[in-house]
Design a protein around this ligand. Sequence first.
Ligand SMILES: [Zn+2]
Ligand SMILES: [Zn+2]
Length: 256
Amino acid sequence: MFNLFKLIANEFRALVFPGTCLKCRTLLTGKGESSLSSCYCTGCLGNELPHYIPPFCPCCGKVFTSRTGESHLCEDCLRRPPVVSRVRAAFEYKGVVREGIGQFKYNSRLSLARPFESCLFHAFGIYLAGKKIDLIVPIPLYFKKARQRGFNQSYLLVRNFVSLYREKYGIPPDWTIDAKGLVRVKQTSTQTGLDIVERRKNLKQAFKWKGRESLEGKSVLLVDDVYTTGATCDAAAGALTDAGADRVDALVLARA
Ligand SMILES: [Zn+2]
Ligand SMILES: [Zn+2]
């Protein structure tokens, strides 16, 4: 319930004080609502938004610290390939993006939803638009958490994907968005502070495909805000492949 007040307060603030930087509160020189510069001033955005660029692992999407050289499979994927076949992102999880995701998710700064969504769609266009995708599935929250937060951040990141696609490519996409079929059936304690083994254990059987549509032979694209160890995406992907999905990829706003 308390979150509802925060949501209303933020909407009210956005109405009364449109165009102030979320970080330093300086006035912004009004730009389109779908750009990050509608939420942060140039100073706070810096010249260095942590854009997600190669070289990275083609499988788990991990960015290599050495900015030279080719993309290649990372050690983790060679040793234990994840269930998700391909992870791609819009940003690396750092700087103003990391802070913004925190504001968006835990502080209900919903003015960030559209800008983040268009950044995610941009990454989709670069890395995934030409690939076989039948279904886009945002990672769900457990119902109690969804009720408490008042929104599912992953869904807000793909809500307008169909219209963004039509706008960009001039045709309707051949995928659909399904935000109801995948269900989080188990409340999991917070993942923060847990290592990968503990996270996996924590998330075992946390998701279930309850959609009416059969996933037999389908390619599914999972969407989440942040990818850290990949335990959440992998648990969700496991539920989708159990339900017959052929292949599961993931697109996230930020890759840690
Ligand atoms: Zn600022
Ligand atoms: Zn990897």
